[in-house]
Write a protein that binds this ligand. Structure first.
Ligand code: PTJ
Length: 247
């Protein structure tokens, strides 16, 4: 890996880039994942490379939604695994959620490598290696899912999801939470809760929130979910970008 000086003004962004490049070399992330990260970086730059107040609200609503779910599942693709495997497993274990490897550019080799990485980070309930169902409305490889996992989940966290699959999961009646720095993407526009934040900030925030919110009653959690409106969160994200550009 390139040695990045910690005093570089864009240290964290460059470190994230290095982690993803390593993920590609290790066979965890796809080459296309680098392009997706580039698009994310552009939006992160516009939003000021910080967790905004509205993203923080979305993270809180997302955690409440996952805590209220009967079968919460975190869907993991190559980018999510390369950037945030440790935090994904921490969040899953804190919420007692399952994790499912679900790839856009699916190869069995990459599924196995990602599953091994997640197991090495202590992931308990892990699916994706033996999918037995297809998500309706998607072409074969991208549609693969597991009965006990995403297929029957009532709430799914899908960091960095492609728009098609997000829409298909919503059509199945699931509550879908996406982490996407682009508030204009189809995933962002169709999800139940859109977290407009970088996955490398959003997941640690969500782990901390899940720990903080552990003692809350279902009524309190329900109120947090009720008070959240995704259209307002998306409008706030666009306002944040405009305000940041005016600075
Ligand atoms: O590993 P695979 O085969 O499942 O493929 C994963 C990728 C991400 C390549 C695939 O799902 C894909 O092509 O995704 P898209 O359609 O490019 O969408 C990715 C979205 O995530 C875009 O809207 C980006 O702005 C956003 N994004 C990229 N990096 C980050 C991000 N959002 C939050 N944090 C990031 N670090």
């Amino acid at each position: 890996m390139t040695d990045i000086p910690p005093d570089h003004p864009r240290y964290l962004s460059l470190l994230t880039r290095e982690r993803l490049a390593k993920g590609v070399r290790d066979g965890i992330a796809s080459e296309q994942g680098l392009i997706a990260q580039g698009r994310g970086e552009a939006f992160d730059y516009l939003i000021g490379e910080r967790t905004t107040a509205s993203a923080r609200e979305a993270e809180r609503a997302a955690v409440a939604m996952l805590m209220l779910a009967k079968n919460p599942v975190i869907s993991v693709n190559g980018n999510a695994a390369a950037l945030s495997a440790k935090e994904i497993c921490r969040l899953a274990n804190t919420l007692d959620a399952a994790v499912e490897v679900n790839l856009f550019h699916r190869t069995e080799e990459r599924v196995s490598k990602i599953a091994a990485l997640l197991r090495s980070e202590g992931c308990g309930k892990l699916y994706g290696e033996r999918p037995d169902r297809l998500i309706p409305g998607l072409s074969h490889e991208r549609a693969k899912a597991t009965s006990a996992g995403i297929y029957t989940a009532d709430a799914v966290l899908v960091p960095l999801e492609d728009g098609d699959r997000c829409e298909a999961l919503v059509k199945m009646g699931k509550r879908v939470i996406v982490v996407d720095l682009n508030p204009l993407s189809r995933s962002a526009q169709t999800a139940t809760v859109t977290i407009v934040d970088n996955i490398v900030r959003a997941l640690p925030n969500m782990v901390a929130l899940a720990q903080e919110m552990k003692g809350m009653s279902d009524m309190e959690l329900g109120e947090i979910v009720e008070e959240f409106h995704n259209d307002r969160a998306l409008a706030a994200a666009l306002d944040d970008i405009v305000d940041n550009l005016k600075k």
